[in-house]
Design a binder for this molecule. Structure first.
Ligand code: GDP
Length: 298
């Protein structure tokens, strides 16, 4: 992930190394190179434009520094701007004052929602929580079974459709899962919803109905980082159709250029909260903008 972008930026910086001072022409040339690097990494155009404008403005205004040479100054500016577009501060999960905290997962089919439910459950259990996984994906054959397997691996309980639990109706399953969680003293409920292959109004409405029925503390939009520019259009469609509080990037281990990771926060105004980096439950962590920027510039 980000290899192409990293390589490109490294070569931009190394071409500045010999300079004693940056002229306006140097800054313009550097800005052009950074623009190309970002576009090649599949970053959305409005994000690229803002990014480059900020870098240019700050590079022009940079004081001659004893401590940092021009190349180091540009590296610092690019690092700061990367952190900024990735969201600045780490955004932590907000827990409800009165448990259970309800997390709802939404996203395209194959984005990694069911896997994420297991990862979140494991992560929460490590922190002393007692999560309940709720199977509201009743569209995809095997989804309920897959969630049960995830739950078992994570050592968490699962709530699935069966007589008394609202068979066949995801909204009813979701509603009853909250009562069940309260009775059984689960302090976090993770609701897995049906994905859609493309933007599907009917399924989008179903997700909105589940949201209205359970009023989640956090709706997490799950997006495959490998889908490039499509991540932006998908995010916008989910923002309009369901709304969400935070983003989870999955498949960051894939051979992606990183455009989704670098665009989605800026485009949706919602923070990236978690990142998945593989198929195993432990390939998962909270998302830290500064560490990600560090990896890109490493
Ligand atoms: P859902 O349809 O959104 O519930 O997606 P799934 O959880 O079923 O995931 C779809 C596929 O992606 C599965 O084969 C997962 O093992 C795989 N997957 C999920 N997250 C990751 C990840 O972070 N990295 C990789 N390489 N594969 C993942």
């Amino acid at each position: 992930m980000f290899e192409t972008l990293s390589d490109r930026l490294t070569s931009v910086f190394s071409s500045l190394r010999a300079k004693g001072r940056l002229s306006d022409a140097d800054i313009d040339a550097t800005a052009r190179e950074i623009r190309i690097a970002l576009l090649e990494a599949d970053v959305a155009l409005p994000v690229v434009k803002d990014f480059v404008a900020h870098v240019k403005e700050r590079a022009r205004g940079a004081e001659v520094s004893q401590a940092l040479n021009p190349a180091q100054q540009v590296v610092k500016i690019v690092n700061d701007e990367l952190i900024a577009i990735l969201g600045g501060e780490t955004r932590r999960l907000r827990y409800a004052k009165n448990p259970p905290t309800v997390l709802m997962l939404a996203g395209l089919q194959g984005a990694g929602k069911t896997t994420l439910a297991g990862k979140l459950a494991r992560w929460l259990r490590e922190q002393g929580h007692v999560p309940l996984l709720v199977a509201c994906d009743l569209q995809r054959p095997n989804a309920v079974q897959q969630l049960s397997v995830m739950a078992e691996r994570a050592g968490a309980a699962v709530f699935a459709p069966e007589p008394g639990n609202g068979v066949g109706d995801p909204v009813e399953v979701a509603r009853r899962s909250i009562e069940h969680a309260t009775r059984q003293q689960h302090d976090v409920v993770i609701i897995d919803t049906a994905g859609r292959l493309g933007i599907d109004q009917e399924l989008m409405r179903q997700a909105a109905d589940i949201r209205d029925a359970v009023r989640p503390d956090e709706v997490l939009f799950v997006v495959d980082a490998m889908i490039g520019q499509d991540a932006v259009t998908t995010a916008q469609a989910f923002m309009d159709g369901v709304g969400f509080d935070g983003v989870v990037l999955t498949k960051l281990d894939g051979d992606a250029r990183g455009g989704a990771a670098l665009s989605v926060r800026h485009i949706t105004g919602r923070p990236i909260m978690f990142a998945s980096t593989g198929e195993k439950l432990e390939d998962f962590d909270a998302f830290h903008p500064d560490r990600m920027a560090g990896r890109i510039l490493d």
